[in-house]
Design a protein around this ligand. Structure first.
Ligand SMILES: C[S@@+](CC[C@H](N)C(=O)[O-])C[C@H]1O[C@@H](n2cnc3c(N)ncnc32)[C@H](O)[C@@H]1O
Length: 234
């Protein structure tokens, strides 16, 4: 049985592949060192904006050298940390987060938002009808504010035309989201010990998330109940 919660990338990805009939991914567009594929079949195409060697195509996930509708399955594991100073962490060696040093980060949350949106649009373009985009995603606290990136990503993907088919949670014994080694004296948000894998399918969405309609209808009902109290049923 495939569950919605796992404790390792390997278990989560293996079960996603099993459930959605992916024997091997057509593309990993943020390949990095390919840690995901140590004990799993390596994707047919690998790309990254900073390729580690010549087997990895140098390309931004926002502008990929692939034909429209050419991929059945894509893995996307973008950076999720905000490193500040408007620079990619690669050019800024100051700081202490191991995650940020290895995997890069965005200068601002706006940079992250723009990269996620442009990449989702590009992945929609190259995904074949009925194909899957699997995205590893983490929420983040930056500048004292809580950013639920996984919610934003779902809204973007839905708006672009994907069906949010599934959501997996990856739990960790170590905090997944740290940067700068800052010693906070007071805690304002729960420390994060989890991340997500979204599964987006390129099919007509089977669930409508038109909030403007359903919320206004619900509000009318609730306000009526608030003013007049629950009505007795005859
Ligand atoms: C979290 S790591 C991926 C780790 C990978 N899944 C693994 O198993 O080793 C994020 C990667 O995204 C790459 N990256 C950052 N911005 C990118 C962009 N715009 N286009 C493509 N790759 C990008 C970074 O170079 C980094 O290698």
């Amino acid at each position: 049985m495939v569950k919605s919660v796992y404790t390792s990338n390997f278990d989560a990805i293996k079960n996603i592949m099993g459930l959605y009939g992916i024997e091997k991914f057509d593309l990993d567009c943020t390949y990095s060192k390919g840690n995901f594929w140590k004990d799993l079949p390596s994707p047919t195409y690998k790309s990254d904006i900073y390729p580690i060697n010549e087997t990895v195509i140098e390309a931004s996930s926002e502008n990929l050298p692939f034909e429209d509708n050419s991929m059945k399955s894509i893995m996307w594991d973008p950076p999720f940390v905000i490193v500040g100073s408007g620079k990619s962490y690669k050019n800024d060696k100051v700081g202490s987060s191991i995650i940020a040093k290895r995997f890069e980060g965005f200068g601002t949350y706006d940079d992250l938002t723009s990269n996620y949106y442009n990449t989702l649009k590009e992945l929609y373009r190259i995904t074949d009808k009925g194909g899957f985009v699997v995205m590893k995603c983490q929420d983040t606290v930056s500048g004292g504010k809580q950013y639920f990136s996984h919610v934003m990503v779902m809204n973007m993907a839905y708006q672009i035309g994907f069906y949010p088919r599934d959501l997996f949670i990856l739990t960790s014994n170590v905090r997944v989201n740290a940067f700068n080694g800052t010693k906070w004296t007071k805690q304002y948000h729960a420390r994060k010990y989890h991340s997500y894998f979204w599964v987006f399918e390129k099919v007509k969405p089977k669930v409508q998330y038109d909030l403007s309609k359903s919320i206004s209808q619900d509000l009318e009902v609730n306000q009526d109940t608030l003013i007049h109290g629950p009505q007795p049923s005859n």
